[in-house]
Design a protein around this ligand. Structure first.
Ligand code: UD1
Length: 418
């Protein structure tokens, strides 16, 4: 396992461009299975989760070539609709291969994704959606078998606006006969990106970004070329990195409107924010504690809860952070406490009492975003920190240490010698 060594207390300054969004790339790669042909994707981030998805598509019969941030996926030879258990375990997001495989082959078999570091993460909403459009889903011995002789449009009403279930339902419904309407759909920007890609393939999907999505089924889809949207979570992380080091950072190549909830919180904390058409600049200010609830988009994103919490550990006064999306998403708290933070967790709420400063320590990244949070804390802390289990961070941040160094950070990767 690689480690990061961070020498803290360096103010980050300069401009940084974000990569393509992991959470947009994964469903778009899955959607490429809906046709037989050559899909070309640009702005694909180089991340561990993307490599796992690439491995799964290859096992199903696709041929994939990567040229830096362009990915060419030839799905002509795809002939399997079964995902091996070891890869399902590696990445829970592979669950949304169900929709496209069902759409194209009318059958799919995969092992139950099970829990993960941030909670149990059930897939009942995915299954319910597929059943609503004509799939028969059988769960037994840890496997899920879904079949359908005929997918027909229907009305899907989600109890909760799940991002993955919304995407899965869209991908299954594009090749169903008739009209599907998804009510209480998730509104995350990555769903708009998926809609754009599906429509380039010849699908008829309307309403992504609102809570009602309408899909008019078509008989066939064609391969398409698409540029993945910028990563709003990576963008938010760099803004928080600028803020926690009392720096001056411009995050470029982004769509600022997708970060309004984050901008709003940063301003409430006391940071100076400038917004341009494709950038956001953050500058130091006197920071005070705030209360935050994570919520489905357009609320404050759960994926930035941990990095924000790091910032609030050194803001003046108290903060209350309530995590409403996932059950077990405060694993960074114990590690931050080792660095001198004062945080108390009660159920889904963390109460933070701001301290004057953090101190470097040896800590371990428990999951992707919690890992990002520890890097931010280490950048602000006095002395040296060592962050173990960097593989979690590599799942979702492309060359984080290289990008942070370009802003002046003193962070290095110690490679594990095998
Ligand atoms: C996606 C993102 C993830 C982000 C999350 C919430 C990807 C690859 N991942 O995950 O980074 O943190 O959205 O913004 O895009 N739930 C159920 N039953 C289901 C599905 C979900 O109860 O069938 C629950 C989950 O356990 C969780 C909540 O709904 O508590 C939100 O999950 P969901 O929106 O589905 O997140 P993901 O799509 O897994």
């Amino acid at each position: 396992m690689d480690r990061f060594i961070v020498q803290g207390e360096v103010q980050l300054c300069g401009s940084i461009a974000v990569s393509g969004a992991k959470n947009a790339t994964l469903p778009v790669m899955a959607a490429s299975l809906l046709c037989s042909g050559i899909t070309v994707l640009h702005n694909v981030p180089n991340l561990r989760d993307i490599r796992i998805m690439q491995e799964i598509l290859t096992l199903l019969g696709a041929k994939i070539v990567r040229q830096q941030h362009t990915m060419i996926i030839d799905t002509t030879g795809v002939n399997k609709a079964e995902i091996p258990e070891n890869l399902m375990r590696e990445m829970r997001a592979s669950v949304f291969l169900m929709g496209p495989l069902l759409g194209r082959f009318r059958k799919v078999k995969l092992s139950y994704p099970g829990g993960c570091a941030i909670g149990p993460r059930p897939i009942n909403l995915h299954i319910k959606a597929l059943e609503k459009i004509g799939a028969t889903v059988i769960e037994s011995y840890g496997y899920i078998d879904a079949v359908s002789t005929k997918l027909t449009g229907g009305k899907i009403q989600f109890d909760f606006p799940s991002v993955g279930a919304t995407e899965n339902a869209m991908m299954a419904a594009v090749l169903a006969s008739g009209v599907t309407v998804i009510h209480n759909a998730a509104r995350e920007p990555e769903i708009i990106d998926l809609q754009a890609f599906l429509n380039k393939m010849g699908a008829k999907v309307y309403g992504a970004g609102t809570d009602t999505i309408r899909i008019e089924g078509v008989n066939k889809l064609n391969a398409a070329e698409h540029t993945i949207m910028p990563d709003r979570i990576e963008a938010g992380t760099f803004l928080l990195a600028g803020a926690i080091t009392s720096g001056d950072v411009v995050v470029e190549g982004i769509l600022p409107e997708y970060l309004f909830s984050v901008i709003d919180k940063l301003q409430e904390i006391g940071l100076q924010i400038d917004i341009g058409y494709n950038y956001i600049r953050v500058r130091a200010g006197e920071m005070r504690g705030v209360d935050v609830n994570t919520l489905p988009y357009p609320g404050f994103p759960t994926d930035l809860q941990a990095p924000l919490l790091s910032l609030l550990t050194i803001a003046k006064g108290s903060s209350i952070i309530t995590e409403t999306i996932f059950e077990n998403r405060f694993k960074h708290v114990d590690e931050l406490t080792r660095m001198g933070a004062r945080i108390k967790v009660e159920g889904r709420t963390a109460i933070v009492r701001g301290v004057n400063g953090l101190t470097g320590a040896i800590v371990s990244a428990p999951d992707l975003r919690a890992g990002g949070a520890l890097v931010l804390a280490a950048l602000a802390a006095k002395g040296t920190s060592e962050i173990e289990h960097v593989s979690h961070i590599d799942r979702g941040y492309e060359q984080l240490e290289v990008k942070l160094r370009s802003l002046g950070a003193n962070i290095y990767r110690l490679k594990q010698v095998t």
